[in-house]
Design a protein around this ligand. Sequence first.
Ligand code: 5BU
Length: 456
Amino acid sequence: MKNSANFLKTLVDIECVKFGDFALKSGKQSPIYIDLRNIVSHPSTLTDLSYLFKDKISNSIQRICGVPYAALPIATVVSIQTGLPMIIKRKEVKKYGTKKIVEGEYNVGDKVLLIEDVITSGESLIETIKELESEGLLIAQIIVVLDREQGGVKRLIDKGYRVESLFSISSLVELLYKERKIDNVIYRNVLHFIQQNSIIDSPLIKPKKYLQKTHSNKTAERLLGIAHRKKSNLIASIDLITTKDIIGLLNEIGNDICAAKLHIDIISDFTPSFIDELLIIAKRFDFLLIEDRKFADIGNTQLLQLSKGMYAISSWADMVTIHLIAGESALKALQDWDSEKKPALIPVIEMSSSGALTDQDYIEKCKKFMYNYTDVIGAVCQTAELNEGFLKFTPGVNLESKNDDKGQNYNSPKYAIEELHSDFLIIGRGIYSANDPKNEIGKYLFAIRELDFFGA
Ligand code: 5BU
């Protein structure tokens, strides 16, 4: 049996760890490359690795499972070394026969050790955990071979799991440096890279330039402040039709959003007390409220719709959407309204639906006058570029980017931010229709943080 130092040196020898200048999928350059899959061709190294696992395994473990595919051989060897039976989680459910997702023998309630080769964001582990848990298995322990130190371990610990790693990238390079396998330039480069790329809670995260927008409108300022604090420019569109579902979802994802957007008139069991509940939750989780009413009438009617009726929108909404179809006079009426409680205005100047009539000509007409009104903080749009300081809100965002069958067009968060230069992403079904909205919103947060949206 070899010790940890020898094991790590062997990883370099068998090219599971390489140093140089590598292009990552994200487009970034990395001074270190890690791929433990090659280990299967080196049975003695695989055996050494299984010894490193042995001491760490809790006595209560009843089953071992590896995250497919890379960790499957590792789990197999650990199973042989420890005598603990293994189960396999399939990557895809079989289309015929048993349609099982988990192969092997197990009982509901069995305590499972989950093994992963490398952890970055923790995404594939979370996916596996979800599926094992839905089979009634308990994830009692998670051991990963190498932690890239980019937030994945913390994310899982925050979710309440017991997670350990055999090595972290910094412990790996420290050891290799001590053993003179790498020089101090590589050593420093890798440490610098880890610091720069830590996704979650990095003390190095700086606000991105266009979120440093200062805005004279108080509501815009508050929205920007929340987005900075939470490192989230996500606005959840809560298009649910019962108050219970809305409150339930906001309790789940409230920490991850800077604002919630509602269509108050689709709620089937609305009572004014729902607004009280909504305001308490918004305060507790620190997010703002947008009513997506899309006012589109003459000034006088808009004012009545905004402030009267059972929804009394202006009494609770921080922002409202409006169409500018009625022209400047209707916008002026809202601006001139003298009221203590007045939502900020977000004109819709371009829509996400197929065949929308909001063409370039319309957009330009809107832009001609909307900037003159201090209640206007930005606009809902897709491709339109806004004047400096105005906030761009973009709906039609979905990680799956598959359009729906009712004319909605979707872009990925990456596209919305990098190509459309959106400041705030509005996501509806992508989050509220997910089986696990909390987990799903984590993917959106990961996507935007990976883009350096809030990074240096
Ligand atoms: P979705 O489930 O992510 O497709 O929901 C999008 C939300 O944004 C939904 O409430 C729409 O009413 C809203 N929306 C939009 O999709 N496209 C637009 O151009 C405008 C609003 Br304006």
